[in-house]
Design a protein around this ligand. Structure first.
Ligand SMILES: [Zn+2]
Ligand SMILES: [Zn+2]
Length: 351
């Protein structure tokens, strides 16, 4: 098969290699679409990866090609997507169904090979069928959409008329904003430092997206909430300044959710911490998403059902579609921030 193989920091090679074979309980999937995650860029260009050689890519959809021993409920060419976190099933977190907190997990696209390739192997229990009406490139966004949904669930108990402030208008921030709008919140307000991302958010129909390089988030939120502050605040940028702003705009009793991977240390001014205490903020971590291998209550299942109801919710987030042969150039451009990238989809099935 053809694959985009990472051999070292920044050393991406488009090369030919043997296709993987599905072991017992596993499924070989022909990749139709694989999204580029914000985490893939530092994984490829900045930080040491978990191992080399490595095929990245954990946001994918594809067609069942072959099944390993013991898998008999998926026909050839079945349209599927996969939860990339391979949980151990034997640790206390797994026993509680908290797969994202598994202490011995594997991960397609970061610890083992992922889907920047023509084929990928995933355990059967990680695989969900894609509903008929969902286009495959939209199904490839199940993972980030579930991560965004999880952050909103972490904020808990959304009530009518509440205001959500979301920092970071990348794909995850935009998806979080979309889920917030679907939950009929009062106002959903996005912030980003990049004017192009703000413009994109407005083109996508988000009425309120402000550039924090030009306007103070605190003033915007004060204006829009009559000085009350936001009820739900989501840090989806991973930037120290964004976290500070999150605490500045949070109103009394607000829930602040940490979603973006931190790019560096954060130092918080004492008066801001004291204000967070007085306002009795809840500061909540959010990690990955919930998945149910057998039931219907996991966030992955909710996402696929919502996509089936309206796939249009997600396809406008795609800014680029590239073949595997051209993917390295696009990934490099993303790393150099040469252009505006929202969700980038690699389509190995097209070459
Ligand atoms: Zn991801
Ligand atoms: Zn486990």
């Amino acid at each position: 098969m053809k694959a985009l193989v990472l051999h070292g920091i920044g050393d991406l090679r488009f090369e030919e290699m043997p296709a993987p074979e599905p072991g017992p309980g596993e499924v070989l999937i022909r990749v139709v679409a694989c999204g580029v995650c914000g985490s893939d860029i530092p994984r490829i260009f900045v930080k040491e990866a978990y191992r080399y050689p490595l095929i990245c890519g954990h946001e994918f959809s594809g067609l069942v090609t072959a099944c390993g021993a013991g898998v008999d409920d998926l026909e050839k060419d079945a349209r599927v997507t996969a939860f990339p976190l391979v949980w151990c099933g034997n640790c206390p977190a797994c026993e509680r169904g908290r797969y994202a907190q598994c202490s011995h997990y594997d991960y397609l696209g970061s610890r083992s090979d992922g889907a920047f390739a023509e084929y990928v192997v995933a355990p059967r229990r990680n695989i969900l069928r894609v509903p008929e009406r969902v286009p495959m490139e939209v199904a490839a966004m199940t993972e980030p959409a579930a991560v965004a949904l999880h952050a909103l669930y972490r904020a808990g108990g959304l009530s009518a008329g509440e205001t959500a402030a979301i920092f970071g208008a990348g794909p995850i921030g935009l998806m979080t904003a979309q889920w917030a709008e679907l939950s009929c919140m009062g106002k959903v307000i996005l912030f980003d430092v990049d004017p192009d991302k703000c413009a994109l958010a407005r083109r996508l129909g988000f009425r309120y997206c402000f550039n924090t390089a030009e306007t103070s988030a605190r003033e915007v939120i004060d204006d829009m909430t009559g000085g009350e502050g936001a009820d739900i605040v989501i840090e989806a940028a991973g930037a120290p300044a964004a976290l500070t702003s999150c605490l500045e705009v949070a109103g009394t009793g607000a829930r602040v959710v940490l979603l973006g991977n931190p790019a560096s240390d954060v130092t918080l001014p004492a008066p801001l911490l004291s204000r967070a205490m007085r306002r009795e903020l809840s500061i909540l971590g959010s990690w990955n998403s919930t998945y149910s291998a057998l039931g219907t209550r996991g966030e992955w299942q909710v996402v696929l059902q919502s996509m089936a109801a309206s796939a249009l919710l997600f396809s406008p987030l795609i800014s680029h579609r590239v073949t595997l042969a051209h993917a390295a150039d696009t990934l490099t451009a993303m790393h150099r921030k040469a252009g505006l990238f929202s969700k980038v989809i690699i389509q190995p099935i097209l070459g």
